[in-house]
Structures are given as structure tokens and as C-alpha cells.
Design a binder for this molecule. Structure first.
Ligand code: ATR
Length: 276
């Protein structure tokens, strides 16, 4: 049976195996999908061994997306900023690095009717997650994308890397952007409210809508969304829809069939609601 694997560190209770199991049942395309929690040092050897042993494709999550981009033989336009979240074995044996996060985010924003034309977007974070999103986000031609990151130089470097794709304004913590924004996208690896407080408390709240790439392993809001709600944001959306959308994109690339995202999303929401 074709074998697929998720690499990252840490992986915690990743929902990806469950998502691919549901896709597989729904489309009647059997596959093996497992996880490998592996550090950055050990990742190149682990991924080489996986493909040498016959693996057909892989997902990659933090902090390995940049290493995966260096390791792949070729990159798609979606991965051109050096962030790969999926690898696929091509018929000629080469490994193609792609990124489905941007597709996943845009599809989910459209489902939630959060992507209006002429929107002003504030993107928090300039790591592998933000790098993966920006090619698709810029392609939607928003009125403005402002990038805010704890380390300003990293945001400047990312904005420069994007210059052929579109324009991004970099904000600094000392000189915060003037608001309001139509949508704030939280793409850092921060998991504690205190970090958002120190990073964002002087931003021009309230924002209309806040989207957190993270999702909670229970039915509760993520720390960022809890905090944004306290600041007066009116729409609070977690990244579960994006997770399922980006997995559906990968499943389609690997298995040549498009699963129903809505069905899987509602099963997962029900399962998370049963957790405490
Ligand atoms: P990776 O880059 O390893 O793939 P990521 O999920 O994209 O991981 O998360 C990295 C992002 O989270 C970066 O923007 C990082 O900011 P720095 O460039 O300043 O490191 C951000 N981040 C991580 N910890 C943070 C914290 N405590 N406060 C603010 N931002 C933080």
C-alpha cells in the first residue's frame, strides 16, 4: 500500500493521520499515513530513508519547512520562498517540494467569507508558516499586506524575497501600523497569550476578523483568539479549516481525487467537542 508520512517537531497529537484516514475512507483510496517526530538535525537522513524505502509522499511541518525546501530536487511556485510543507515523488524519481498552506488558507477564508476585495491584512510572523502563505496571499491582490514580526530584520528579508510577487509593508514593534485591519492572520509559533500581549497590545484594536493558523486540540478557542476576542475582534476563526483544506490539496496531488472537506471538517469538529 502507498505510504505517506508527516515529519515535524514536536508533533503532539497531530490530527493529520485522522484527516487522511477519513479522506481515504471517503474516497476508497487506501493508504498508510503515519508520523515521524524528528529534529532538524535528524530530518535530512530521516526523509532520505523514507523515500529510499518506497515512501510516496510526505507532509512537513515546523520547524522543518525550510530544510525540506533545500532538500527537494525541485520546487513549485507555491514553495518558491523556501517553505515546503509537502513532498511528492515524481515519475522520474525526483522529489518535488510544494506548499499547500496558501491554498488551504485562501480556500478556508473564502468558505468563511473573510476574503473581501480591497482588504487590508495584517500578517503576524515571518517564519516558515508565513513564507508558505505569502505567494497565494499576494496573488489575491489585497489592498495592503502589513507584516509584523518580533524580529524585524526577518520580516524585512521576507518582504524583499517577495518583491517580484507583490508589495508588503513591514511594521516594527516600535512603529506599529495604523489600523484598522480587515483581517489579522496569526502565523507565529507562539502559544501563550502573554507573548501576544507584549507584541500586539498597542495595535489599533479592535480588528474586524482574526484568523489563527493554529487550532485548539479541544473545542476551546486558541490563546490568540481568546486574547483577540478580549480586545474586541468580532470574528474569531481557527486554522482547522485550513488544515483540512491543505491536506485535501495534498491528497488530491498524491491520489488524484478530491475529498469532501466539509464532511471531514464537521466530523473533526464533533470529535474535538468530545475532548476536554
Ligand atoms: P518555523 O519558522 O520554524 O517554520 P513558524 O511556525 O513559522 O516556525 O514560527 C516562527 C515565527 O514565530 C517567527 O515569526 C518567530 O518570530 P522571530 O522571527 O522573531 O523568531 C515567531 N515567534 C516565535 N516565538 C515567538 C515569541 N515568543 N514572540 C513573538 N514571536 C515569536
Amino acid at each position: 500500500m502507498d505510504h505517506y508520512r508527516l515529519f515535524g517537531y514536536p508533533l503532539g497529537h497531530s490530527l493529520s493521520p485522522r484527516i487522511y484516514q477519513l479522506f481515504s475512507e471517503q474516497t476508497q483510496r487506501p493508504l498508510i499515513y503515519d508520523t515521524n517526530e524528528v529534529t532538524a538535525d535528524a530530518f535530512p537522513e530521516a526523509i532520505r530513508r523514507f523515500f529510499n524505502d518506497g515512501g510516496q509522499g510526505a507532509n512537513v511541518t515546523a520547524p522543518l519547512k525550510g530544510i525540506a525546501a533545500q532538500w527537494a530536487d525541485r520546487l513549485t511556485p507555491a514553495a518558491q520562498l523556501g517553505s515546503v510543507n509537502m513532498l511528492i515523488r515524481l515519475p522520474d524519481g525526483q522529489i518535488l517540494g510544494d506548499n499547500s498552506d496558501g491554498f488551504g488558507l485562501i480556500n478556508d477564508l473564502q468558505r468563511q467569507q473573510l476574503l473581501t476585495s480591497g482588504a487590508r491584512l495584517l500578517l503576524l510572523g515571518a517564519g516558515g508558516a508565513a513564507r508558505g502563505l505569502l505567494p497565494q496571499l499576494l496573488a489575491t491582490q489585497p489592498a495592503e499586506i502589513v507584516l509584523l514580526n518580533r524580529t524585524e530584520s526577518t520580516a524585512v528579508a521576507l518582504a524583499e524575497a517577495c518583491c517580484s510577487l507583490g508589495s508588503i509593508r513591514v511594521a516594527s514593534l516600535q512603529q506599529l501600523p495604523s489600523g484598522p485591519f480587515d483581517l489579522v492572520i496569526q502565523a507565529t509559533s507562539v502559544r501563550h497569550q502573554i507573548a501576544f500581549q507584549s507584541m500586539m497590545s498597542t495595535l489599533p484594536w479592535p480588528m474586524a476578523a482574526c484568523y489563527d493558523l493554529n487550532y485548539s486540540s479541544t473545542a476551546s478557542l486558541t490563546p490568540f483568539l481568546q486574547w483577540a476576542g478580549q480586545q474586541g475582534a468580532t470574528q474569531l476563526v481557527d486554522g482547522l479549516g485550513m488544515l483540512v483544506e491543505q491536506a485535501a490539496y495534498a491528497f488530491n496531488c498524491w491520489r488524484q481525487v478530491t475529498p469532501s472537506v466539509d464532511t471531514v471538517l464537521s466530523i473533526l469538529r464533533q470529535e474535538l467537542a468530545c475532548r476536554h
